[in-house]
Design a protein around this ligand. Sequence first.
Ligand code: FRU
Length: 461
Amino acid sequence: MKNSVSKCDLWKPGYHIIPPSGWLNDPNGLCFFNGYYHVFYQYVPDSPEGGLKCWGHYRSRDLLNWEECPVMMKPDQPYDRNGVYSGSALIENDKMYLFYTGNVKHKGDYDYINSGREHNTVMAVSTDGMKIDKKLPLLYNRDYPEGLTCHVRDPKVFKYDGKYYMVIGARTKQNRGQVLVYESEDLSSWKFINTLSTKEQFGYMWECPDLFELGGSFILAVSPQGLKSERHRYQNVYSSGYFIINGDFRGRCTLGNYTEFDSGFDFYAPQTFEHDGRRLMLAWMGMPDAQYTNPTVKYGWQHCMSMFRELNLKHGRIVQVPAREYKKLRKGHKVLRSEGMLSFETENPCLEINISDIDIGNNAGFGISIFDTLELIYDVPSGEFVLIHTDKNKSAYGRTKRVLPLQKNELKKIDIFLDASCAEIFVNDTSGVLSTRYYPENYKEINCKGSFNIEIYEISG
Ligand code: FRU
């Protein structure tokens, strides 16, 4: 019987970012600066169950090996005293500019939505990318447009056409989620120029907005709260996805249909950045207000980031593939062919499994059972690709299944990335992704059903 400490180690991912200790949520301030990728994140070092948020910091030269850096920002000003909340980075004039929400909670018996809280927009400047030279509040609650609640947060700043733009997520007094657009010539004075929203109410709050150009279109990504669950969509307590913007985001424009980024259980508050001509996305592999606590809490840490995903626009949809760097982690390699049933054994909790040439035509169906904890099934009649938590212990916390709807006979290829307690499943390159945390008791056996080729790479985290 393994002791609890080594069990904790078993669930510790090898190539997904986790906090050094304590709690992690949203990725913040993603950028490439002076030869390093930087990931900042919502961090509570001293408690795995959350608390006062600061910006934790990792940097890496290759997206694979991450160096823990000192905490970048703590609540130390009157305008951010209850949390340095989420935000973004802009690299300009050899400096790193960080933008975040300074969270302030007033004492007393306030209503959570309309009063009792300030969400101030703050800029921080760093010349070395390792410490802050100064913080400068840009917008206080009183500066935001009329008609909003006090939930106005998560600034994302970018440069376009010689000017700077900032998008901020907001909740109106009519309980509608929307995004505010600001413009600036100098990064310190900001003018409100537009609101991006849907015609009909679409959730009561849009958190963590992002706005970027991809394949010639402008994309607005948001994490909406308050969407009603549908059969195949909006299954989690909160969602994250994108609209293609029709028109100019600075003026008259409309938002196209909303598409979720991920059909699994754990994917929220994604942010993107561009470097060397590609756009990478990183998300929190977790969910606010989730009805469960990850079992790693008893070992002093909770939550992790997703893998970095490279984004491209193809036929009007965002296609996500794992950043090509992960291929460098491949070690041992096995190629097998499944005809009917196939089992293989492993001791490695970190695997990349590429399944191709899936032949549904011979009625073998398709299924794969991973470490007795997760199952992936393709339901041929309905075309549903299903992810199911099957573990008998309590780590599924009532979480059962998630569905990615496909066309009949559309399943051709699956790329599965396993990393101790993380599973990210990319379907058909272009159909979609399902991500989940999972907590196997051991990492021994994978069982498959169906006819296909299967390549298994051990991964060194
Ligand atoms: C999203 C979020 C953000 C906020 C941050 C606080 O998960 O609620 O809106 O800035 O987390 O940690």
